[in-house]
Design a protein around this ligand. Sequence first.
Ligand code: 13P
Length: 253
Amino acid sequence: MRKNIVAGNWKMNKNVFEAQQFMFQLLDYKRNNATNCEVYIAPPALYLMMAKDLYKANEIGIFSQDMSEHGSGAYTGEISAGMLESIGATGALIGHSERRQYHGETDSHCNRKIKLALDKGLTPIYCNGETLEQRKSGKHLEVVKNQTEVALFTLSAAEIKKVVIAYEPVWAIGTGETASPDQAQEIHAHIRNLIADKYGKDVADEISILYGGSVKPENAKEIFSKPDIDGGLIGGAALNIVDFSKIIEGFNV
Ligand code: 13P
């Protein structure tokens, strides 16, 4: 059975005091409320150790927002899979659209990063999704197919089962515009079918596929109710505990 997951991507937000306050609030929430999903946070890398110290019991997954495509060496500013493993991080976001847009990241980079992450026992959350122009020109299914194939299809069946996928249409990120639950479901089913064609239905059914793009307390429940949507990767609404916890509760019946 695949997991339901709500993950918060803080992006480049919060100073150390705000980060610590939120981490305490989330721990307090988790300890006092039964949740029907796994809860992950992806704070800026600077705060990962703090999260690890606080979440000793691993009740909350700790993810970096990116990691290097290289194992180690002269790559100033980068963080390796081995470093993340050594602090006990759960995994890394890979291929977020903001990394693609501002840092020239491609699916080939993602493929290398995903392999390095898996080699170190980390969970990669591989992000993909089409731009507005690509959707308007009716190319969204083809774009997501290419992304998925290049980034993931060199993996073995055992490896791909350990990957979490986040479909994040670029036009819905931080814009307030959300893909409708049906639009998201269409792409999620498409991704799952691609994986089923290549690796078999059993493998495809094991993989959690999250939706990201303006998920809020008001729309989370309906989005999560779709059969191929296994949770959310949340940006803006993951920055305050009230909204984030309401989104987590999108999985409560
Ligand atoms: P928003 O929820 O702010 O649209 O961001 C989504 C996202 O990019 C999560 O990685």
